[in-house]
Design a protein around this ligand. Sequence first.
Ligand code: NAP
Length: 250
Amino acid sequence: MRLKGLNCVVTGGSSGIGAATVRRFVEEGAEVLIPDIDMEAADRVASELGDAVSAIKCDVRIEADVKAAAAIAYDRWEKVDVLVNNAGSELNRAYDEMTEDEWDRVLNTDLKGPWLMCKHFVPPMVKAGSGSVINISSLNGLVGFPLSTAYGGAKGGLVVFTRDMAIELAATGVRINCVCPGVIDTGMMERWTDLMPDKNEAKKMLKGTMPIGRMGTAEEVAGAIYFFASADSSLCQGSVLTVDGGFTAQ
Ligand code: NAP
């Protein structure tokens, strides 16, 4: 129960890595608020986990939604201890075939979203002199892939955004760090393999890209997120932790 008494916010906590993080935080004694666009799924997670979890409809691309989520969180709790910017949107598209709407959807969800969440959730943390923000980037934010300019651009931007914020916040008592998952078996991965001509072959290929020979699980990524939420990471500021089965070690 290392997070007992802590108030945590996990965007996109209704599925995949976000839902595994919500479960892990609750196991460790935290209360969690899930801002998500998929209210049906978010409510399912909340009712499964009982009183410790609640959900609110919030599109992280829209400032009014984020502002309303912050108002609800700070109305309910005196302080927010942990913010996980997990909500994400993927796209596999050639740079010259992508539409402006597709580019905007990915950049606005994966990069503008974390900035808006920080803008509205972090100042009260600074006032309180403590807090931990965890941004979920990707190995696409660290190395190049084909068909990944929007997603990779957003996730790479999030890595540098984390470092810039870490310097701005360094003397405030608020920590901000970044987790870069590799190939993780979630709905996002299912959607990506659905687009391939042979789904099973695509999954085999993905497993093969991971030096450990398998995809990661959402729970394994949640473990890394939990580390940054807990006091064990007290010296981490602007850290970028790869959780990718050795991919970026190659
Ligand atoms: P996921 O299951 O699709 O979860 C993403 C969640 O974010 C969903 O609940 C989604 O709702 C929500 N969301 C999307 N757009 C949103 C918005 N504008 N506002 C609020 N919520 C929004 O995918 P996941 O694999 O767990 O991904 C979680 C994070 O890890 C993402 O940032 C992703 O980029 C990153 N990541 C994943 C992998 C991987 O292999 N799976 C690898 C590296 C990094 P809907 O379901 O309604 O869209």
